[in-house]
Design a binder for this molecule. Structure first.
Ligand SMILES: NC(=O)c1ccc[n+]([C@@H]2O[C@H](COP(=O)([O-])OP(=O)(O)OC[C@H]3O[C@@H](n4cnc5c(N)ncnc54)[C@H](OP(=O)(O)O)[C@@H]3O)[C@@H](O)[C@H]2O)c1
Ligand SMILES: [Zn+2]
Ligand SMILES: [Zn+2]
Length: 377
């Protein structure tokens, strides 16, 4: 019999976890490993709520996530893993312990953890600072760590992570509004750079003005790019332009507006969390334009091929970013005063927050005040 989450490791920990597909979170006791020589321990202060947490706690992505997990051939084991999940991978905290080989951090430093806590460190991806594309990348939650135990995310009081996967958090960046950058920020920053969409003067479309979308607007504006938001919510137009700095706004369900903008964009970053038509988006691109998918709907999307062929257009994807680039992104954000627009909530509001996230009723990221509101069960 494998050990219970409380007995697996020597350090006691607690948080909130979902236990079944309803996705309802409730208090949960578990344990964390002892701080090793290359580890950093954080007392968690804030955590953003990413839509991926919602997909995960409701098991919307099914098991497609897991086939690569070694040693978890048993479906029951996988189910337990999915259902006992603690979400959260936009974690900011203060360092409380460092191992003797740690060089970047000392006790008392502010630090951040994003979506990854491990990788093989030897494959081509890892060697080229793209640990996010390592076949053995270990996610911050809902994955199996090197030692064979599940990883648990940041809806919790503390976390132990290998130094390589911890980000230095700049002093001038607010802890709460900076937390979402650790997933939402890097997920949009990395493709903007990689696909050459961060060059000043380019025209970028941002589809879906949610957690990822609103920071995409802010990064793109800081790069000097012209930004058009493409949204299903006409009510977001005023703030997209006045508060977030977008240059224009299209209602994606208005064929007239969409038609008038055909062939005008160099690239589009698509952050939509649900199934939606790609044809109108491909139509917005100039020839050679790039549609980059970062949103992760649970079902496949239909891909019309003719408009791609006719304009030699590209449809691509992107997954978070490597650790070096995550540090670069957060330093860039600090320099350009880029933070998320947040609604800070107490831990026991999390289930209501998830319901509101389903309805896209958040401007634009929930962040849980862990330090002040997470109570030991
Ligand atoms: N690739 C990666 O590495 C990565 C990393 C993090 C998250 N993700 C994924 O990215 C997606 C977005 O995450 P998020 O946290 O930004 O979510 P979010 O805050 O819920 O934002 C998603 C936005 O998509 C739009 N939308 C929702 N339902 C729609 C529908 N049926 N049709 C068209 N538009 C719709 C809404 O914007 P409007 O109201 O403006 O239409 C909504 O605000 C999720 O699928 C998440 O899992 C991927
Ligand atoms: Zn995320
Ligand atoms: Zn690797």
């Amino acid at each position: 019999m494998s050990k219970s989450p409380e007995e697996q490791h020597p350090q006691k920990a607690f948080g909130w976890a979902a236990r079944d597909k309803s996705g309802v979170l409730s208090p949960f006791k578990f344990s964390r490993r002892a701080n090793g020589d290359e580890d950093v321990t954080l007392k968690i202060l804030y955590c953003g709520i990413c839509h991926s947490d919602l997909h995960t706690i409701k098991n919307e992505w099914g098991f497609s996530f897991y086939p690569a997990v070694p040693g978890y051939a048993s479906l029951n084991a996988v189910i337990t893993l999915v259902l006992d999940t603690l979400g959260q991978h936009e974690i900011v905290g203060v360092v409380t312990e460092v191992g003797k080989k740690v060089t970047k951090f000392k006790v008392g430093d502010k630090a951040g953890i994003g979506c990854m806590v491990g990788s093989c460190r030897a494959c081509p991806g890892c060697k080229q600072d793209s640990e996010n594309y390592c076949p053995k990348m270990i996610l911050t939650y809902n994955a199996i760590y090197h030692d064979g135990t599940p990883t648990y995310g940041g809806y919790s009081d503390m976390i132990v992570v290998e130094e390589h996967f911890v980000v230095r958090f700049p002093d001038n960046l607010p802890l709460d509004a900076g937390a979402p950058l650790l997933c939402a920020g890097i997920t949009v920053y990395s493709p903007l750079k990689y696909y050459g969409l961060s060059e000043p003067g380019m025209h970028l479309g941002v589809v879906g003005l949610g957690g990822l979308g609103h920071v995409a607007v802010k990064f793109a504006k800081a790069f000097g790019v012209k930004v058009t938001v493409i949204s299903t919510s006409p009510s977001k137009e005023k703030e997209a332009i006045e508060r977030l700095g977008a240059d224009s706004f299209l209602v994606s369900r208005d064929p007239k507006q969409m038609g008038a903008a055909m062939g005008t964009m160099d690239g589009i970053i698509d952050t939509v969390s649900a199934v939606h038509p790609l044809m109108p988006l491909i139509g917005l691109l100039k020839y050679h334009g790039k549609l980059v998918m970062v949103g992760a709907p649970d079902l496949p999307l239909e891909l019309p091929v003719f408009p791609l062929i006719m304009g030699r257009k590209i449809v691509a994807g992107s997954c978070i970013g490597g650790m070096k680039e995550t540090q670069e992104m957060i330093d860039f954000a600090a320099k350009h005063n880029i933070t998320a627009d947040i609604e800070v909530i107490p831990m026991d509001y999390v289930n209501t927050a998830m319901e509101r996230l389903v309805k896209a009723d958040v401007r634009y990221r929930f962040v849980i005040d862990i330090a002040n509101t997470l109570k030991s069960p």
